[in-house]
Design a protein around this ligand. Structure first.
Ligand code: SF4
Length: 387
């Protein structure tokens, strides 16, 4: 039995069959028991693929070079749709004809991204899913962490599994936190994001200041949780970005964490100019969605366990916001109009595609960890990723 937590904006998530996850040309592994069930259903005619695989062949691809725990991969069409995706109804025929329990684990869990540690299970969403991205625009619930979210019962979610004997997150490269203090810091980050008086840049700058203050903590000052509670109430004011160059540099950093076979073609033509003309003038209007996006990066953070300290976690928020600027400029350039809600939603989707589905999380944490400065020796993190 594990306590489950989520952000309030995600707590009642429900799939609305956008079909994006089934038409993205993804490699979806099929576990052995699922493979056996699907193979038998295909052989008996109880399951019929919706479309032909690219280049012919079988709906379930069995080959030598499969990921661990996979008995097969789902085949895709030439257009990149899963062969079991019915594009007319936008339904999965496995789900429709055999039931949810026959779906590969990846399909059952998307768009959930979970961290399970000694404190409980923390479920966030990847906003590459359009339904999840839409939750960033809702203002009907206060932005906070909630327990027992209706959408996420206690279950074995895919994600980052922190072994019971693993280290808690690092405060900085030379000091561990304790679970209670880390929980307080996580809530503190989300409460900064919920502050409607702050711009997203101010949220990041204030959290950078707060993390820097906590770096000065020493155990003789008392419990670390008290130091979190005693963080300054004032905030740090910073202007919005008046140029895209720093964000493009952050984008390039994320691309360095993308394996070569997944790296997209460079596509930055005119982005700096478009940012100035079509993004920057209305950027401030979207403070709510930006802050909710930052909260989703602060909550259920993998970087807390993969990185070297709290500054690294905040650096992850800063980079995520930078990617939204870049993707917003790309959307405005490609659609030929100024930033609006639809384009910003697409920008969130593409930012999360890069962060959650292209880049390797541990490599991002390593790159972002440079903000912690140099330290003696390497840190070994006894965590495992179950995907
Ligand atoms: S099996 Fe179903 S849910 Fe999974 S990718 Fe294919 S169509 Fe989508």
């Amino acid at each position: 039995m594990s306590r489950v937590y989520a952000l309030s904006i995600h707590a009642d998530y429900r799939c609305r069959h956008s079909g994006v996850c089934c038409s993205s040309n993804w490699d979806v592994p099929v576990e052995l028991p699922v493979y056996r069930g699907l193979d038998a259903a295909l052989a008996s005619g109880r399951l019929i693929p919706s479309a032909e695989p690219d280049g012919g062949g079988l709906a379930l691809i069995v080959e030598d070079d499969l990921p661990d725990d996979a008995a097969a991969m789902l085949a895709c069409t030439t257009a990149g749709d899963c062969v079991f995706y019915h594009s007319g109804t936008r339904l999965c025929v496995v789900h429709r004809d055999l039931g949810e329990e026959r779906l590969p684990s990846t399909c059952r869990h998307f768009p959930r991204l979970a961290v399970r540690d000694r404190r409980g299970t923390f479920v966030s969403l990847t906003h590459y899913c359009p339904t999840a991205a839409a939750t960033l625009f809702r203002d009907d619930v206060p932005l906070e962490i909630v327990e027992a979210p209706p959408a996420f019962p206690d279950a074995d979610y895919e994600g980052l599994l922190v072994e019971p004997d693993a280290w808690p997150p690092l405060l900085h490269p030379r000091m561990l936190m304790d679970d209670v203090a880390y929980g307080a810091w996580e809530r503190h980050m989300v409460s900064r994001c919920a502050d409607e008086t702050l711009s997203p840049e101010a949220v990041v700058a204030t959290l950078q200041r707060d993390a820097a203050v906590l770096r000065g903590y020493t155990p003789d000052a008392g419990p670390l949780i008290d130091a979190v509670a005693a963080l300054p109430v004032d905030t740090v004011a910073v202007p919005a970005h008046d140029a895209l160059a720093p964000s493009l540099a952050s984008f390039a950093e994320v691309m360095r964490a993308v394996p070569d076979d997944l790296k997209p073609e460079p596509d930055e033509d005119r982005l700096a100019d478009v940012y100035l003309a079509a993004v920057a003038p209305t950027w401030a209007r979207w403070g709510g969605p930006h802050r909710r996006y930052l909260a989703a990066k602060a909550f259920a953070s993998w970087t807390a366990y993969q990185g070297r300290g709290l500054l690294t976690v905040v650096r992850g928020l800063e980079v995520a916001l930078a990617l939204v600027r870049v993707e917003a400029a790309r959307q405005c350039r490609d659609r030929g109009r100024s930033l609006d809600a639809d384009l910003l939603k697409e920008a969130f989707r593409h930012a999360d595609f890069a962060l959650n589905h292209l880049a390797a999380g541990d490599e991002l944490a390593r790159l972002w960890g440079r903000v912690e400065g140099r330290s003696r020796g390497r840190t070994r993190r006894p965590v495992s990723v179950r995907r």
